[in-house]
Design a protein around this ligand. Sequence first.
Ligand SMILES: NC(=O)c1ccc[n+]([C@@H]2O[C@H](COP(=O)([O-])OP(=O)(O)OC[C@H]3O[C@@H](n4cnc5c(N)ncnc54)[C@H](O)[C@@H]3O)[C@@H](O)[C@H]2O)c1
Length: 381
Amino acid sequence: MTEPHKLRMGMVGGGPGAFIGPVHRIAAELDGKIELVAGAFSQSPERSREAGMRFRLDPARAYADYRQMIEAESKRADGVDFVAIVAPNHMHLPVALAALESGIAVMSDKPAAASYEEALELQAAVAKSGLLYGLTHTYAGYAMVREARALCATGKLGTIRKVAVEYMQGWLSGPLESTGHKQAVWRTDPALSGAGGAIGDIGTHAFHLIEYISGLKVTAMNATLRTVVPGRRLDDDCNAFLRMNNGAEGSLACSQIAAGEMNELRVRVYGEKGSLEWRHQDPNRLIVRWLDGPEQIHHASMSYLSAEARAVARTPAGHPEGYLEAFAVLYREFADALLTWKQGRANSPPATLPGIEAGVRGMRFIERAIESHRIAGWVEF
Ligand SMILES: NC(=O)c1ccc[n+]([C@@H]2O[C@H](COP(=O)([O-])OP(=O)(O)OC[C@H]3O[C@@H](n4cnc5c(N)ncnc54)[C@H](O)[C@@H]3O)[C@@H](O)[C@H]2O)c1
């Protein structure tokens, strides 16, 4: 049975001047399975209306706030099928709870909430609702990240003994927040960002990615947090040692004061027979190195790749895909899972789509990093 209409998306956040809202809109609509029909795009009702006009929405569906949107949309026969949450972190829990309580599925940006306790509350609400919850840990949508994950799962690298993940940005090297810069202001305000600064904003991505690719879980961590820019209220730099559930050890570094870096995310996994390396700046290639063989470069969309990597490729080899397509992979998986659920079948999203479990682990990572820093030592997960 096919769904007679596209899945209807309502968006919270993503108004004029926003960073990630436009990315979600493009990604959600890329495969023709989803359309934006409603939104509460800003904390300012006027700006929300203005955004609705710009997106050619029915003016009645550009709402003054998210509560109004969820209330009105849940009464409409053609109301939204899911809510995309792209507002700052402190809005993630209240919006997700309101949607789930009204029977509406959720696709949220990370981190899942503003604290670990909030994430647990959200996890309980997701379980109680039986509804789909997706979390846009973007990098999980890259074909070569899927290839790396599939390669680790085959065991060909041998027992994994060391992992390393780095996420370096330089855009907060100075007190940008004091200039009123939209994205810097809320990210450095604990009331809007939560307890994590760089660790919440990009550390959660790094943490998710190392578990996602290696298939291992972090069991203990020893982290140092710093606030390098004077007057800043949250961390902007972190170095952490990791211990994994198979005995492997490794490191996670993230920074927003790494001057000159744009978005340098790099993952390495070392097994006893070989290793892999993926860099976000070169996302269509995966480097695989062997102890007893030559270095290999796996290219996106090639026929020799794993089924998992081939399943998410859209363009032929040599036609590079990037950030928007990776995001769209997560939306496509979310849409397919939601359609399955709407057709009366089980709510069983694919394991490749990050969900509430990843959200809770990400918030636990922030909480544990802060605790480890406080006691200046190792903490169990
Ligand atoms: N997955 C990723 O790679 C990625 C990248 C960037 C940001 N993010 C996440 O996306 C979220 C937004 O980040 P951003 O950089 O786009 O922020 P932003 O400041 O650029 O945009 C936030 C938007 O939310 C709106 N907003 C604020 N309060 C609101 C409210 N109460 N109701 C409705 N709208 C409201 C703002 O007006 C703005 O339009 C954050 O949680 C961030 O962590 C994820």
